[in-house]
Design a protein around this ligand. Structure first.
Ligand SMILES: [Zn+2]
Length: 305
């Protein structure tokens, strides 16, 4: 190819690429989400048709998260909004209600989780425990809401969303099986999970761990001295091998408990936020829901078995 033809070919390719991008931008649906675990599932159901804008990145605590003015603009620009719900994003509730009143399509993905599967721990004062993503079979119950939401704003993609949703549900069933098998590597008596806050109740119920959190279900209230002393006693009596810190919660209190109880920190777990996309830990991409679940359980099992 001579020089001039080469340039012409390049220009044609660039035009073609620009055309494709434009067409994509016009046709694709914009979805805004809160926590990464919701964003990940919306991406998988949406496939190439949906652009996902996740407001809460790695290390962000959804209980305490206050929407910024930029967030309001991002939510306004979206065709559809998915959040987790059950009061997880406590300070965003008013904004979501306001947007819904203006006609924006807003969905709490947990609305399709059967109420019979939700628990109301005493420390959460009459509210449901919102941390359902660590029981993979429960998180899979949010897929129908995502399929419904995307199909409502983009009816021509309905079939694709339905198929992607079914494929995703099958993958999540596989992940759930993997979790059960991996958890079983720790003898039953040793399956005690001590962490900063009560994010793992559903996890414990699904995979057979007794779960103790230093703070209540939400991170809003800080751990008191009495809680710390009784937790130290518990750890000593039960001969717990390791306790864990969380990436989105201040580790100071749990580190002090570890020191007082003479027990090691078994690692850092993801609870209410995922990791950096593409950064692998123990071989898992913790910036994905699948990788985060596998990394957490592997960390727990390695420390306790
Ligand atoms: Zn939490």
């Amino acid at each position: 190819m001579n020089g001039r033809r080469w340039i012409a070919a390049l220009a044609a390719a660039a035009l073609c690429a620009a055309g494709t991008t434009d067409a994509f931008a016009r046709e694709s649906i914009r979805a805004a989400t809160t926590i990464g675990m919701v964003a990940d599932l919306v991406r998988q159901v949406g496939g190439g048709r949906v652009e996902v804008d996740a407001l809460m990145g790695p290390g962000v605590d959804p209980h305490l998260y206050k929407p910024t003015s930029t967030d309001a603009a991002r939510l306004n620009k979206a065709d559809v909004i998915f959040y987790s719900g059950l009061m997880l994003e406590g300070r965003m509730g008013d904004l979501f209600a306001k947007l819904a009143r203006t006609g924006k399509k807003v969905y709490a993905t947990t609305e399709s989780v059967p109420e019979s599967r939700l628990t109301e721990p005493a420390e959460f004062a009459g509210h449901y425990d919102p941390h359902i993503w660590f029981d993979v079979s429960m998180w899979a119950e949010t897929v129908p809401t995502i399929v419904k939401g995307l199909s409502e704003v983009d009816p021509s993609g309905k079939e694709i969303y339905g198929k992607n949703g079914a494929d995703l549900t099958a993958r999540l069933a596989g992940l759930d099986e993997w979790c059960k098998a991996t958890a079983a590597e720790v003898p039953e008596a040793g399956r005690i999970l001590v962490t900063s806050h009560d994010a793992y109740n559903y996890f414990g119920r699904a995979y057979g761990f007794k779960v103790i959190g230093l703070q209540g279900v939400s991170t809003v209230s800080e751990a008191g001295l009495a809680d710390m002393a009784s937790l130290v006693d518990f750890i000593k009596k039960q001969k717990v091998k390791a306790i864990f810190v969380e990436t989105s919660v201040n580790p100071a209190a749990i580190k002090r408990v570890a020191e007082d109880a003479g027990v090691q920190i078994g690692g850092e777990l993801y609870s209410d936020a995922m990791g950096e996309p593409g950064v692998k830990k123990l071989g898992f991409d913790t910036g994905t829901y699948d990788g985060m679940v596998r990394y957490n359980l592997t960390t727990i099992v390695n420390a306790l078995k």
